[in-house]
Design a protein around this ligand. Structure first.
Ligand code: ADP
Ligand code: MG
Length: 620
């Protein structure tokens, strides 16, 4: 076949293959256009999951009659003035409308502020109709019918009305979080109506919009983030560690107001929470990055959800640092849903073990955790070979930390006799004054206005873990020589990167050096890792360094070893504690960042406000 130029419609259909994957992508493009036009109201209606109809109406600037034909022509945009390196609008490629018009029946009706009437144009599987007068208020209505009628192959990939409807809701919610001052409605016979009244573009307004989208639970269980470094600003909220999800879908990220799904950001969030969450749990986050548009490339993929940062290390460092600092600064806080669940269980008539519902973060986690058999250090891949020795203080890291709590068994009579009246100072502390130990594991404490119940085993485990980690990161980690150096073959760039970081790696107990082109020789490994898969470790490290320019993997692994050992070195439930010991534990928890959750992400304490308790008894 001779080479020939593709027809305009075929070119648009090819572009549509990339930009318009499903109804939700159409909604995304049309809503972005409305927002770029400065709309303060965006109304979306769908039918048949969006495959029959998508209609987006806005009150934005409108399109002048004489530009309607250009709006649906390929590579025509009003948004890119002179540089692709300085993009401040959501759109800029000028291909959404012609792409949609090539695979569906599209019509645009629009009226500008200055125009005395509206006009309309249509494009039907690539066939453009003439502009004609119409009646409409200021703004634009874009209607898309019979999506993919012109490309039946794509139609076959649709997942069904319900799935497409929910993908559309997700897209609208994601964008709406970034535009709190805009009112959004999403309606149709195929869905329940979503209404998001305008709030304001202030920190409070943004949080209010987040609450509209994600539910009030999240703000109640979130910590504010606000940090800047070298011209990059990060704001938003992250959940406290006891409020988590089973997947990362509830992690919203924005770069200069554009919703993105970015690997670097997702990785940074994972890194920041690595210490406080189990591997299979995910934080809930809403993060806004703002930076000079010329330092970020949004033109990576036609759908514009990917970005590239000029300085990825800076962005990653800012996110990890800001989240960790916020988590530390927030001190200890258990999820309110925990207390709420407890209250629900207490309520007269509540079924025993009733579950407070899907909104409850850690409860549902606990169920999953139990079902999975829980965390078993003896089965952990990273368990040290000398696990049994680690358990006895002789060789264990926990030795010193353990000693403080090792006061030998006590008679329960001592416990009761030892309880003095709490001092005002103690009552004023976050976790209050210890009043009793019940069921040999729960410390009951009292603050001025609440009752606190601490799981002593979980709490102590966390404290030991934090102490171990500090020890680990403040001095060199012991390593063991391999009998024969292990040679790892790698792509040359990876070998080079590892060699460049060899000094840092040595600090963690991993001794390696270049071994000719495309290989490294490993001579020493961290003793704590025991008999580890050196090849895998080195390759993971190379990937990690390439992705993030850090050595997070090894540190993570060591942290997990520390967690495993802490689990064995901590006060078992069943130990009776003296009043001073209990109070010492509470004070130590207050002073230790992250101690609000145990190493497995469960809360270490629950606080019940006196007011809530009184309500339970009908006193209020
Ligand atoms: P892009 O958004 O990348 O510019 P589109 O194909 O999505 O490309 O839109 C083409 C042009 O049509 C836009 O640049 C804009 O001028 C105009 N346009 C599209 N939708 C609207 C709208 N809702 N209100 C005002 N103008 C619009
Ligand atoms: Mg657009």
């Amino acid at each position: 076949m001779p080479i020939r130029q593709l027809s305009e419609t075929m070119i648009n259909q090819i572009a549509a293959g990339e930009v318009i994957e499903r109804p939700a992508s159409v909604v995304k493009e049309l809503v972005e256009n409305a927002l770029d036009a400065g709309a303060s109201r965006v109304e979306i209606v769908t039918a048949g999951g969006g495959l029959n109809l998508i209609r987006v109406t806005d009150d934005g600037s409108g399109i002048p009659e004489q530009e309607l034909a250009l709006a649906i022509a390929r590579h025509c945009t009003s948004k890119l003035s002179d540089s692709i390196h300085d993009i401040r609008s959501l759109g800029f490629r000028g291909e959404a409308l012609p792409s949609i018009g090539s695979v569906a029946r599209l019509s645009i009706r629009s009226r500008t502020a200055g125009g005395d009437s509206a006009a309309e144009i249509g494009i039907d599987g690539g066939r453009v109709s003439a502009v004609k007068p119409a009646a409409a208020n200021r703004g634009t209505t874009v209607e898309v019918r019979d999506l993919f009628f012109a490309t039946p192959a794509r139609l076959k990939f649709m997942k069904g009305e319900r799935a497409e409807s929910s993908a559309t809701s997700d897209v609208v919610k994601r964008i709406a979080i970034a535009f709190p001052a805009v009112r959004f409605t999403l309606a149709g016979a195929d869905r329940s109506t979503l209404e998001l009244p305008a709030t304001s573009d202030t920190p409070e307004g943004r949080l209010a919009r987040v609450a509209q989208v994600m539910g009030k639970d999240f703000p109640d269980n979130a910590i504010a983030i606000d940090a800047a470094r070298e011209g990059v600003h990060l704001a938003g909220h992250v959940s406290i560690p006891s409020y988590t999800r089973a997947n990362a879908l509830q992690q919203y990220a924005y770069v200069n107001g554009r919703p993105v799904r970015d690997k670097l950001i997702a990785g940074a969030i994972r890194g920041a929470f690595a210490d406080v969450l189990p591997r299979d749990r995910h934080a809930v986050t809403v993060l806004f990055l703002s930076l000079d548009p010329s330092t970020v490339d949004v033109n990576v993929h036609p759908a514009k959800a990917d970005v590239r940062f000029r300085d990825p290390g800076l962005v990653r460092g800012l996110i990890v640092g800001a989240i960790r600092e916020a988590l530390a600064g927030a001190g200890i806080r258990a999820a309110t849903t925990g207390a709420a669940g407890m209250m629900a269980a207490f309520r007269p008539g509540a079924a025993p073990h009733s579950h407070p519902g899907p909104a409850n973060g850690h409860r549902s986690y606990e169920a999953a955790y139990r079902a999975s058999g829980g965390f078993d250090p003896l089965r952990s891949a990273q368990r040290p070979l000398d696990m049994d020795e680690a358990r006895t203080p002789r060789n264990g890291f926990a030795e010193n930390e353990q000693a403080a709590f090792d006061t030998g068994p006590l008679a329960s009579a001592d416990v009761r006799a030892g309880m003095a009246e709490p001092t005002e100072a103690l009552l004023g502390m976050v976790l209050g004054a210890a009043r009793a130990q019940v069921h040999e594991n729960y410390i009951v404490a009292q603050t001025r206005d609440s009752l606190v119940i601490v799981d002593q085993h979980a709490a102590h485990e966390r404290l030991v873990y934090e102490a171990l980690k500090n020890a680990l990161h403040s001095r060199a980690v012991p390593s063991q020589m391999l009998l024969l150096p292990e040679i790892v073959d790698l792509p040359e760039e990876d070998a080079e990167r590892l060699a460049m970081h060899s000094e840092t790696l040595a600090k963690f107990g991993l001794g390696l050096e270049r071994f000719g082109p495309g290989a490294v020789a490993v001579r020493e490994t961290p003793s704590m890792l025991g008999e580890t898969n050196v090849q895998q470790l080195v390759r993971d490290l190379a990937d990690e360094i390439a992705d993030n320019d850090t050595v997070e993997t090894l540190k993570d692994r060591l942290d997990r070893i520390a967690a495993t050992m802490a689990c064995h070195g901590s006060v078992r439930s069943g130990r009776l504690l003296k009043a001073e010991e209990m109070n010492a534990l509470l004070r130590q928890m207050e002073a230790t960042p992250g101690s609000g959750t145990c190493n497995h992400g469960r809360p270490t304490y629950i606080e019940l406000k006196l007011a809530d308790i009184e309500r339970l008894f009908g006193r209020r």
